[in-house]
Ligand binder design. Sequence first.
Ligand code: BES
Ligand code: ZN
Ligand code: ZN
Length: 497
Amino acid sequence: MQIQLDAQPYSTIATDALVVCAFEDDSRFEGVLGEVDQRMKGALKKLVESGELSGKSLETVLIHFPEGLAAQRLLVVGAGKKAKFVAADLRKIAGTALRYLKSRGVKKFAFLAPEGERGTAGAQSVTEGLLWADYEADKYRTEKKPVREIDSVALAGFDMSLGDALKTAVEEGRVIGESANFARDLINEPSNRLTPRMLASRAEAMAKDVGLGIEVLDERKIAELKMGALIGVAQGSHEPPRVIVLRYKPENPKAGAPVLGLVGKSVTFDTGGISLKPADNMEDMKYDMGGGATMLGVMRALAFLKPSVPVIAVLPATENMPGGRAQKPGDVQVAMSGKTIEVINTDAEGRLILADAVFYARKLGATHLIDAATLTGAVRAALGNVHVGAFGTPREFLDDFLVSAKAQGEKMWPLPIDDEYEQFIKSDIADIRNTGTGKGAGATIGAWFIKEFVDDTPWVHLDIAATCWIHDGKPWIAKGPSGVAIRSIIDFARKLS
Ligand code: BES
Ligand code: ZN
Ligand code: ZN
């Protein structure tokens, strides 16, 4: 899909459809919409009077052969109340327009920037929204519906006097959108087509493609490094584990500057192990590598965006299977850090592999850590599928990260990780146990367990278990992998530099 800026007046763009936004307030006809309405001799005002066009958020009204416009169709997308409008809405509007027109066989359209969104931020948001929306998750369907593709989108109405800055914004939007879609493709793969070894090859191909450093640790090297917590999880499977390490190095690194470590849970399938999960919805557990894919998407984007901070990504990749050699409830494992862990529930495997991965990232020189993981069902109980559960220490570091999340329109909510929770993971026979002794606070206990291996390193933990996959399609995005957290982490990495 081509996306290019178009300096022509919107009314003269000969295209399949022109997309304009309508706000919900009385002021809706004061701007561009009023102009369009005049060209159309009041047709839009009539639609408002009849109640067909209200401007409420993501409403769509399609008009064929609009008078006074060179486009074949006019699509009006509701933008909601002007006072409540944020950049994230623009992504959803652009995405809704794309999916609406694509499903009707449209090949090319022009998107007219609404008032107040004609600068670089608006151009980038629209580009991102288009790319997120264009993604489909039906890779393995052989009977394709009639091929419906959007070939090109023209971005109209932007402030062309911004020149190259505007072009750069569109390019960055494309890099971020394509990187998210790269991650979403991985998350969508079934586990027989994405084993830990296959994930490592996909990461290697990507790294080569974009110029990132990569090293893949095999089972021998993992054993040499004594990553006992990861090995304990992996030993139930015939598929060997991998630890995937990617490196981004800036051209002129500053001495003593921070090194960002990104750690992503990469369980390519989570059966629960001997603490076996029930059959219902177990197929969802192919996306238990969503945290790892998120970090691969971030790294891919950073390779293009070239922040001045060095970044290391560590992905512990394994299956979690019940097998003759699988670890059993009550087993004690020794983590790479030397801490001993009593494995109470083999289904709490994410925290085990992250224990060794965050520790290893610190050994490799990471001074600041972010991990992303489909870690707990409990985060859904707390926040539903709306917010990512965000934990971190020190609190200021988490707050800095949440500023990026807010700026990127990704909903994340801080959850507690106070010292009182430490007693929940005390074991009778080892240093710690992998599940709580008390009741409740499931997401916090998972986070606390990881913290045991993070120590004093500034750290953010994102529990994306409930937000990484969209179970019901939305007007602006397909069912399937959401690509959540990628934009926030990229934004934060760029600010850390
Ligand atoms: N991968 C799951 C968490 C999960 C649940 C991700 C639903 C996506 C959707 C994780 O490994 C797990 O099984 N967690 C357990 C922990 C419990 C045994 C302490 C859970 O949340 O039930
Ligand atoms: Zn599990
Ligand atoms: Zn899991």
